[in-house]
Design a protein around this ligand. Structure first.
Ligand code: GLA
Length: 383
C-alpha cells in the first residue's frame, strides 16, 4: 500500500465522519515542478513540467438535491451552495478554486449533480508547486466522472484554468493544470501551450543516477501577484510592438533590434527560454544529462537579469546546489520566492542538502525546506 493509497483510505473514513454517509470515490491530482520554460506558457510557448508525488485528494458523493458542500481536512472554512447559485465569484478563500471549477464545468454544458466534497492535500501551499492546480484538477476529474461528462483531460485542464483566471482572479497560463491532468510516472511533459499537445519525455532518473531535488526557500513575496500580472502585460506589449500575436512567434534578432530597455529584456527571456525548453527535451531524450547544466544556468540567469523574477534566496539555492555537485539547478515557477529545482547525483544528495542549508544559515536566511520528488501520474481515481 503506497502512501497516497493510505491517505485516500483515511480521507474516505473522514468523509464518513464529516457527512455521515459513505464517499462514492476518492480522486487525486499531483502538484508539479517545472524543469524549464518559465513564463512561456502565456506566450503560447513551450514548457517542461514534471507532475510530482505530492497530491491533493478529494473524496466525493453525489447528493439527490442541488446542494454543493465542500470541506477540507487541512484548511478551515468551506462552502454550502446551491448549484444554481454557482458563478465565477461565489466564494472567497480556498472554496473559490473548488466552486470555480464546478462553475467552469457547468459552463461547458456538463450537468452536475449536488455534491459532498472533502479535500486533503500534501502539496505545500504557496511554494510554487501548484497546489491550486492540483486541487482544481482533482475536483474537475471527480465532478466530470460523477456526472458522466465525456470531457478529455485537456478539456478539464482548460476548465480548471478558466476557474483560476475568472473565479480566483489569477491571470495564470495553462502549464500547471495540464501537468496535473497529463502527468506520467517517470516522465517530464513537453507541452506546447499553443496547440496543447503533450509529449512525455522519459526522465529515467534511476538509470542516470540522479535525484530530483526541490529546495523550497519558503520566501513568499507580498507583491508576487502584481509582478506576475505586470510581466504578462510587458510580454503582450512586446508582442504587439513586434507585430506578432504572441512572443512564441518572435525571433531573437527582431527582439534585439526593434525593442529597447525593459521590454527588450522581458521579450529576450521568453524567446531564449522557449529555445532552452526544446534543447532540454532533446538532451533528456538523448540521455545527455550533462547538457542540462548550462541550459539550467542560462535559464536562471535570464530569469534573474532579464525577466527579473528571482530573489537572493533563490539565487543562493541555485548557486549552493551547483557548488555541492548538482548537475543542473534553477529557480522554478512564477518567481519572487518559492522553489529551486536541481538534478543531483544520488550519492551527493545528502551532502548537497547540508551545503545548501549552511549557505542559507551563513546569509542569515531562514532554513529552506529540501525534499526529493518523483515524477507521478496525473489526476486519477484512487478508489
Ligand atoms: C505560475 C503560473 C503558470 C506559469 C508559471 C511561470 O506557476 O501558474 O501558468 O506561468 O507561473 O512559468
Amino acid at each position: 500500500v503506497t502512501n497516497v493509497e493510505r491517505r485516500a483510505q483515511r480521507l474516505s473514513s473522514a468523509f464518513l465522519t464529516a457527512y455521515r454517509r459513505n464517499a462514492q470515490g476518492v480522486w487525486s491530482a499531483p502538484g508539479r515542478v517545472n524543469l524549464i520554460g518559465e513564463h512561456t506558457d502565456y506566450n503560447d510557448g513551450l514548457v517542461l513540467p514534471v507532475a510530482i508525488d505530492r497530491e491533493t485528494l478529494v473524496a466525493a458523493a453525489v447528493r439527490d438535491d442541488d446542494l454543493v458542500r465542500c470541506r477540507s481536512l487541512d484548511l478551515p472554512g468551506g462552502a454550502d451552495i446551491r448549484l444554481s447559485d454557482l458563478g465565477p465569484d461565489t466564494a472567497p478563500g480556498w472554496p473559490a478554486y473548488v466552486l470555480g471549477v464546478l462553475w467552469a464545468l457547468r459552463e461547458t454544458g456538463a450537468e452536475l449533480p449536488g455534491l459532498d466534497l472533502l479535500l486533503a492535500s500534501d502539496v505545500p501551499v504557496g511554494a510554487g508547486l501548484s497546489s491550486s492546480a492540483a486541487l482544481e484538477a482533482a475536483v474537475a476529474l471527480c465532478a466530470a466522472e460523477l456526472c458522466g461528462a465525456t470531457l478529455g483531460r485537456t478539456e478539464l485542464a482548460v476548465a480548471a484554468r478558466r476557474a483560476e483566471n475568472e473565479a480566483v482572479g489569477a491571470p495564470v497560463g495553462i502549464m500547471d493544470q495540464m501537468a496535473a491532468l497529463h502527468g506520467r510516472g517517470d516522465c517530464a511533459l513537453l507541452l506546447d501551450c499553443r496547440s496543447l499537445q503533450v509529449r512525455p519525455i522519459p526522465l529515467q532518473l534511476d538509470a542516470a543516477g540522479l535525484d530530483l531535488l526541490v529546495i523550497n526557500t519558503r520566501v513568499t513575496h507580498a507583491h508576487a501577484d502584481g509582478e506576475y500580472a505586470s510581466r504578462r502585460q510587458a510580454c503582450a506589449r512586446a508582442a504587439a510592438a513586434l507585430g506578432v500575436s504572441a512572443l512564441r512567434d518572435a525571433g531573437l534578432d527582431a527582439v534585439e533590434q526593434r525593442l529597447d530597455g525593459e521590454l527588450r529584456r522581458r521579450a529576450r527571456h521568453v524567446v531564449t527560454e522557449i529555445e532552452r525548453v526544446t534543447h532540454t527535451a532533446e538532451a533528456l531524450e538523448r540521455h545527455e544529462h550533462d547538457a542540462l547544466g548550462p541550459l539550467f544556468a542560462s535559464s536562471h540567469a535570464s530569469m534573474r537579469d532579464d525577466f527579473q523574477i528571482s530573489c537572493p534566496e533563490l539565487d543562493l539555492a541555485v548557486e549552493s546546489a551547483v557548488r555541492a555537485g548538482a548537475v543542473a539547478a534553477r529557480m522554478t515557477g512564477g518567481g519572487f520566492g518559492g522553489c529551486a529545482v536541481a538534478f543531483v547525483p544520488t550519492d551527493l544528495t545528502g551532502a548537497a542538502g547540508a551545503v545548501v542549508r549552511s549557505a542559507f544559515a551563513a546569509q542569515g536566511f531562514s532554513e529552506p525546506d529540501l525534499f526529493l520528488v518523483e515524477p507521478a501520474d496525473g489526476a486519477r481515481r484512487m478508489m
